[in-house]
Ligand binder design. Structure first.
Ligand code: KG4
Ligand code: ZN
Length: 334
């Protein structure tokens, strides 16, 4: 079988990333230019600024990805890009770049779903078995996704309000930490002596959905009440209470979903998969239950183009390329 070399582009949010991936599992290059420093001053990602930054660096990042992979454009099989979901102006930069390259090089174009990318980041680590279950936890998404067959996604649970990463960032902000605050809350949670008591939100029995806004409000109330009494809030204790509540619900629902749908593997992905508390709790629980758990290394958990190359390979295998009049779609469905 001829090897498949895909050049993949990801610009859906605040990372400009380009990768070259062989057969959807071997990363030849994965260049990531992060805009976090630029957005930090604003306390979050500013869409218009993100688009401009992507435009500034995209060509350089493409050149770097080709050069590190030591591959020439003629040897590529196809060009892939995140078609959605994401910030429309940011997506557009990647989509226009991918179309231009596909046209100039005479290569097929593949449009990839951002979350399919996060999920297939796991195939960069290990061959997947089906059916499998993925817990997606990122800044924009919180979902339990069942894959009965390769490339077929069924969302069996999702957040009804905030995404996990978003809740982490908001809680971090209330506790006085800069954007993105998830890693700060994670660190504090592990330093705290005791957890501040906070509720667990399970929703209706049997539901695989999540809700984080109530928990977030409970944190904001705790912080405000301390301040009103003229006291310093117990920042570490609150971080630990928040993390324990989030992790307990995520782990419980993920394991229940694995059982109910007879999944052979549990995959974790998205930026919050870097969370040490979540990784530890899932690892322990899966070991105890005899569930095979795959967690990609942190660089493939946060936004990157290698994961897009992995998902694009599967799409290429089943559907081939798509016409060049494809459009960036911020509401693209899985
Ligand atoms: O997947 P990602 O890079 O971007 C999206 O597609 O959303 O996820 C970014 C999110 C941010 O909300 C960030 O705070 C969170 O992942 N995050 C963490 C940790 N590292 C990153 N949240 C909790 N604990 C962490 N260690
Ligand atoms: Zn993402």
């Amino acid at each position: 079988l001829k090897p498949v070399y895909i050049l993949a582009i990801e610009t859906s949010c605040d990372e400009t990333s380009v990768a070259v991936v062989k057969d959807g599992c071997e990363v030849l290059s994965n260049i990531i230019s992060s805009q976090i420093e630029t957005h930090r001053a604003f306390g979050g990602v500013v869409p218009e600024v993100a688009s401009r930054k992507h435009v500034e660096v995209i060509t350089l990042v493409i050149e770097e990805a080709l050069s590190v992979a030591a591959i020439s454009p003629q040897d590529l099989t196809a060009v892939a890009v995140t078609q959605g979901p994401g910030l429309v102006g940011a997506l557009l930069v990647g989509v226009v770049a991918a179309k231009s390259l596909a046209l100039a090089w005479g290569k097929p174009l593949i449009g990839t779903h951002h979350i399919a990318g996060h999920i297939y980041a796991n195939r960069l680590v290990k061959e997947l078995q089906y059916p499998n279950m993925t817990l997606v936890v990122s800044g924009g998404h919180t979902e339990l996704v069942l894959m009965e067959r390769e490339g077929e996604f069924q969302i069996i649970g999702r957040t009804r309000d905030d995404a996990v990463g978003e809740a982490y960032d908001k809680v971090a902000r209330a506790l006085g930490f800069p954007y993105p605050g998830g890693p700060h809350v994670d660190r504090l949670a592990r330093e705290a002596e005791e957890a501040f008591p906070l509720p667990r939100v399970w929703l209706e029995p049997g539901s695989y959905d999540f809700s984080l806004s109530g928990l977030k409000s409970a944190v904001l109330n705790a912080v405000n009440q301390s301040k009103m009494k003229g006291l310093e809030p117990d920042v570490a204790g609150i971080a630990r209470g928040f993390q324990e509540s989030v992790v307990e619900v995520l782990v419980e629902k993920a394991v229940r979903a694995v059982r109910e749908f007879s999944a052979g593997q549990l995959l974790l992905c998205g930026g919050v998969a870097a969370n040490k508390g979540l990784r530890e709790a899932l690892t322990l629980r899966c070991a105890a239950e005899g569930i095979e758990l795959i967690i990609p290394p942190p660089v493939y958990c946060t936004d990157n183009a290698a994961m897009i190359g992995a998902a694009a390979y599967v799409k290429w295998k089943h559907e081939g390329g798509i016409p060049l009049d494809m459009v960036a779609d911020p509401g693209f469905s899985l």
